[in-house]
Ligand binder design. Structure first.
Ligand code: HEC
Length: 135
């Protein structure tokens, strides 16, 4: 009886832990991410491509200007950081690309959703949300 119960409960417990929001834990991309080569580094259309992606997929949570004030943001357990803030802008393109690729918690992994190029393009667009970069 107990055994059966454990067998039923164990996967549930494991599942719950995997899904648990990592509140308060800063999200850091691994060091290797900084060295990722940005294929769009010289593409003048990168920002425009990224804007399209952001304005179709990301804004419901991140808000149109990336401040984290999208219409579904209040339903999230972990509030997304202001993408224009120093904490986000201080990260390398590779680190932001890595986060977008791998995801964490409510921030889904976009690896299977959009292409590698589209993910880099979204990073280029995020750069324009910073306080010092022109819109
Ligand atoms: C369902 C809501 C949701 C959607 C849609 C979403 N995000 Fe997020 N995003 C989040 C949340 C929540 C976090 C914070 C995750 C954490 O810290 O655990 C986050 C974090 C991030 C971060 C890391 C910021 C930091 O603090 O370093 C980046 C970059 C990002 N999102 C980009 C995007 C892009 C680009 C898209 C669209 C392709 C997108 N997100 C779509 C909810 C979302």
């Amino acid at each position: 009886m107990t055994r059966k119960l454990i067998m039923i409960l164990l996967p549930l417990v494991i599942y719950a832990f995997q899904q648990a929001p990592v509140i308060g834990e800063p999200w850091k991309a691994p060091k290797e991410a900084d060295a990722l080569v940005d294929p769009l580094a010289k593409d003048p259309k990168a920002v425009a491509k990224g804007k399209k992606i952001f304005e179709s997929l990301c804004w419901p949570c991140h808000g149109m200007s990336g401040k984290g004030d999208g219409p579904t943001a209040s339903a999230l357990t972990v509030q997304p950081a202001d993408l224009g803030s120093k904490v986000v802008q201080a990260q390398s393109n590779g680190a932001l690309y890595w986060k977008l690729t791998n995801g964490r918690g409510e921030m889904a992994s976009y690896e299977q959703v959009i292409s590698r190029e589209q993910r880099w393009a979204a990073v280029h667009y995020i750069r324009t949300l910073g306080p010092t970069t022109p819109k």
